[in-house]
Each structure stands twice: as structure tokens, then as C-alpha cells.
Design a protein around this ligand. Structure first.
Ligand code: PLP
Length: 483
């Protein structure tokens, strides 16, 4: 498969190249030249496991990859999920996809378990005799998912930079206890922006990149614009839909809408692509927190980042620029790359772009503040004895509100384990707790719902990552770690 840039001035000759490059040279994002339809037969519905859907969907886009090698990597990647890859729970007319049974208990594991393997495979197939160095700044789930995903993967080395301020204790512990040979987590004094801007400088430093290349390292990042992160996410919509067919919950061909708690627009875009590939999905329901730039965009056609940024209890959705929205624009504007390019220029120069509202279709936006989010957690627990985390609560509430307005059935994405945000759960259920970690125990006690043993063990693991630096020390620490 060839991949084309959303801005029209770059393309790749292969899937391997798109995965290794990440971002297109013209600043755009790669999209496959064609999106074929996926046909799932009745026999396949009966016999398919999760990895069978993964093989079918992923190989239809990465169709030029070595099939046997790709299938092997898919088998290996999803072995880490337990006890089941993707359980689906029903609450009223909402089907909750529990996307948090991977190693770091958030949905990013679905992509991060496979992407590193695809990177390594791509290096091999392109005969590149270098190692990939992944540098990522994180304030949340991306860092730990990336560390676990890259751990032990051949010819890769990963360093995650996390801020000392504004990161949750659970997320911090997931990173500082990582024990791979090729995995490193470094604390940067300050907040996320400090870590992020220091790292950006490195990516723009040609001389430092050249220095690394001489030492046999190619620089890359693990953020969600890489097509290799997006494609594995399309799979769970196919799997979930046909699981509902198999269980007799829906008729084959019946439209089911999808509700997704959205940050960078990657997860919901995967649903959009699944629909383009023929899956009978209905509307897309985009849930946001108080950072409701997407809700405004969907309702008015105006995307305007000149607004206050809010820190909320669903931190993985605290975002003003949703990078993957660019791919949505590309398709909604009928692949008019000049139009996309012009909008992205407006965004860069004015922090804003305007699209005629009628150009955006089939998508609904809802937003809820912290208080409403906690109310939803409490309401779902009271009514169904079921716990949703703060992000997932926004998805279930958006789904319920959509059903009230439009009717039908909805698949809602639960993107993190409730125990990852135990403090908010305790608050929502009015349970006293001392700190973030002890909140896990009191929530278990009060609700009788148990956190995964592995999750609790992870929090007790020995701290292996102890480096803390000032933000101007990033270059030095990279050299120290690598050489
Ligand atoms: C990353 C993340 C999101 C947002 O997903 P996007 O693909 O960036 O829209 C939502 N919930 C959780 C728990 C996440 O980690």
C-alpha cells in the first residue's frame, strides 16, 4: 500500500516506510491510498477470535507487509492482554467495550503492543542497519503504554520524559518500575509543557540528530499520528460489532453508533475508518470534558484554540489540538488536500479555522465537566453495580444522551480501568480515602469489585528508574543512557 499525506505533498512507496517515517515531510499525516471494504462471512463470525479480526483488518491496509511476519507479531502482541482481550458489558442500550485489559490498563495498549513490533519489522524489511530511538514526553497514559510496548523489542531503545509536576502517582509508578533493558523513564523538573518543549527542541536540532545517526540511532516518536498506531485501533470496532451479532444482541447489518471519550481524536477516527471499510456503524459520538473544543467544532464548524485550557479529572482528554482530526478533515473534504493544507495553515497562523458546518456529517459532540463526570460514575454504579473511570464515564453519558435524542444502540469505549483513577471513583461514591494509592483499596472494599492482581502488584514493584534532570539536561541524559 502507498500512503499519501493529508496535505498532498508527500507519499511513501510502502507500509514499512509510512511506519518508520511517522509524520509526512510536508507536515501532514499519512493515510492509505485506498481503503478497501472488509467482508466478514457468517463462518468467520462464528469462529473468529480477536487476533483473527486483527489479522484480517490490519493486513488489508498493510497489504504489502510480509504476511507471515505480520501475523506472528499480531499473535505475540495480544498475548499480554488478560484475562480476556476485550470483554463487552451491557448497560441499558449501551454496550461498553472494555479496552483496558492490556499491560498498562488503558486503551493505548491496543496500539502500543503492536506498533513497536511493526517498527522493528519495518527496519528489518528495509534493510536499515540502525536502531530506532524513541523519545516521548508524556503526562499520562502514552508513556507507560509505550514503555511496555517497546520493552524487549529488537533494535529499539525508548526514553520517556515525564514531568515531576502534574502526573498521577499511579501513572508515575507504572513508569518508574519498568525493568526492560531498552526502556528508560526520566523525570524532568517542572510541568508537562517544560518536558514537552525541551523534547521538541531535540527533534528540531539537526546537529544532535546527525550525531545520533553517526552513533547508529534514528530518532522517532511514539505519538498517535503514526499510521501504525491508528490501524490496530480499527480492529476492536470490527471485533465488538460482530461479537454483538454472534451473541444475538443485534442483527447483522443493524446500525450501531459509537461513543468515544476523545483527546487526540485517534480512537474515534479508528471508528470512522471502520465505517468507511464497510462496518455498519451509525453515528460517531464524540465525548469531551471541559476542554470542549471538539464539541464546539462539531456544532459550529469553528475550530478555535484561542481559549482557556482546563485541567480536569479526565487528564488524557485535556487537549486543545487534536492532531488526528486532520485525517477526518481529509476524508470529509473528499480528499481535497489543498483545502486541508489551507485549514492547517490557518490553524498555525491564527490558532483557528472555519469550515462550513454542512461539511461535517454523522458526528455528534457532547461535553461534561468534572462534577457531571463524577455524577455519571455514581449513577452507573448505583444502577448497574458497574464502575467506569472518568474518561469512560464521559463516553457512557454521551451515549445515553445520544440515545435520548436519536434512539438506537451504542457501543461505548471504556478507555481506562476505573482503578487507574481510583481517587475520582472514591470521590464520586463519597468514600473517604487517604491518598491515590489507598483509594484503590477503599474502592475495592466498598464496592466488592476487585482490581486486577497484576495492577496492584505493579504498584508495589521496585523502582528502577531514578534519574531526575533539569529541562536543559535532556541531551546529556540521552548520551548518558545510550553511550
Ligand atoms: C489517550 C486516552 C484518551 C483519548 O484518546 P484519543 O485517541 O487521543 O482521542 C481517552 N481516554 C484515555 C484513558 C486515554 O488514555
Amino acid at each position: 500500500m502507498k500512503f499519501l499525506s493529508t496535505r498532498g505533498k508527500s507519499e511513501t512507496d510502502s507500509s514499512y516506510e509510512a511506519i518508520l517515517r511517522g509524520l509526512a515531510d510536508d507536515g501532514g499525516l499519512y493515510v492509505p491510498e485506498k481503503l478497501g471494504k472488509i467482508d466478514i462471512t457468517s463462518e468467520e463470525i462464528d469462529s473468529f477470535e480477536y487476533v483473527d479480526y486483527a489479522k484480517k483488518v490490519i493486513s488489508s491496509i498493510f497489504d504489502d507487509m510480509d504476511r507471515e511476519a505480520l501475523f506472528h507479531e499480531i499473535d505475540e502482541a495480544y498475548k499480554t492482554f488478560e484475562p480476556e482481550i476485550l470483554p463487552i458489558k451491557k448497560i441499558d442500550d449501551v454496550y461498553v467495550m472494555e479496552l483496558f485489559h492490556g499491560q498498562t490498563y488503558a486503551f493505548k495498549d491496543f496500539a502500543m503492543s503492536l506498533l513497536p513490533r511493526l517498527v522493528s519489522l519495518s527496519l528489518k524489511k528495509k534493510n536499515i542497519d540502525k536502531k530506532i530511538l524513541i523519545l516521548t514526553a508524556t503526562s499520562g497514559d502514552t508513556g507507560s503504554a509505550a514503555l511496555y510496548g517497546f520493552k524487549g523489542v529488537e533494535n529499539t531503545e525508548i526514553i520517556v520524559f515525564y514531568p515531576t509536576k502534574g502526573i498521577s502517582e499511579i501513572q508515575r509508578r507504572q513508569m518508574v518500575t519498568i525493568d526492560g533493558e531498552n526502556t528508560h523513564a526520566v523525570a524532568v523538573k517542572g510541568n508537562f509543557d517544560d518536558a514537552q518543549s525541551a523534547l521538541k527542541e531535540i527533534f528540531n536540532d539537526g546537529e544532535f540528530k546527525k550525531y545520533l545517526e553517526e552513533k547508529n540511532y534514528l530518532l522517532s516518536s511514539a505519538n498517535s499520528i503514526n499510521i501504525g498506531r491508528l490501524v490496530p485501533q480499527i480492529v476492536y470496532y470490527f471485533y465488538s460489532y460482530f461479537q454483538l451479532v454472534k451473541d444475538g444482541e443485534i442483527e447483522r447489518g443493524e446500525r450501531v453508533s459509537v461513543s468515544v471519550p476523545t483527546g487526540n481524536f485517534g480512537n474515534i477516527l479508528a471508528a470512522y475508518l471502520a465505517k468507511k471499510m464497510g462496518l455498519p456503524l451509525g453515528d460517531l459520538i464524540c465525548g469531551s470534558n471541559k476542554n470542549n473544543i471538539l464539541t464546539d467544532f462539531i456544532n459550529t464548524g469553528i475550530y478555535d484554540i484561542n481559549r482557556q485550557f482546563h485541567t480536569t479529572n479526565s487528564p488524557s482528554m485535556d487537549i486543545l489540538i487534536s492532531s488526528n482530526l486532520e485525517r477526518f478533515l481529509y476524508y470529509e473534504l473528499n480528499e481535497d488536500t489543498e483545502y486541508v493544507d489551507a485549514l492547517m495553515k490557518d490553524l498555525k497562523t491564527e490558532g483557528k479555522y472555519v469550515l462550513p458546518k454542512e461539511k461535517i456529517n454523522g458526528i455528534y459532540g457532547y461535553c461534561y465537566d468534572d462534577e457531571k463526570t463524577l455524577e455519571e460514575i455514581s449513577a452507573v454504579y448505583e444502577k448497574f453495580g458497574y464502575l467506569v473511570d472518568t474518561h469512560s464515564a464521559i463516553a457512557t453519558k454521551s451515549a445515553a444522551e445520544y440515545i435520548k435524542d436519536q434512539g438506537g444502540k451504542v457501543l461505548a469505549a471504556a478507555t481506562a480501568s476505573p482503578f487507574k483513577f481510583a481517587e475520582s471513583i472514591a470521590k464520586a461514591l463519597s468514600i473517604d480515602y487517604e491518598d491515590e494509592i489507598s483509594a484503590i483499596d477503599v474502592v475495592e472494599e466498598k464496592t466488592g469489585i476487585k482490581a486486577d492482581d497484576n495492577f496492584k502488584n505493579l504498584l508495589r514493584k521496585e523502582v528502577t528508574q531514578k534519574i531526575e534532570i533539569e529541562k536543559d539536561g535532556i541531551r546529556d541524559v540521552i548520551k548518558e543512557i545510550l553511550f
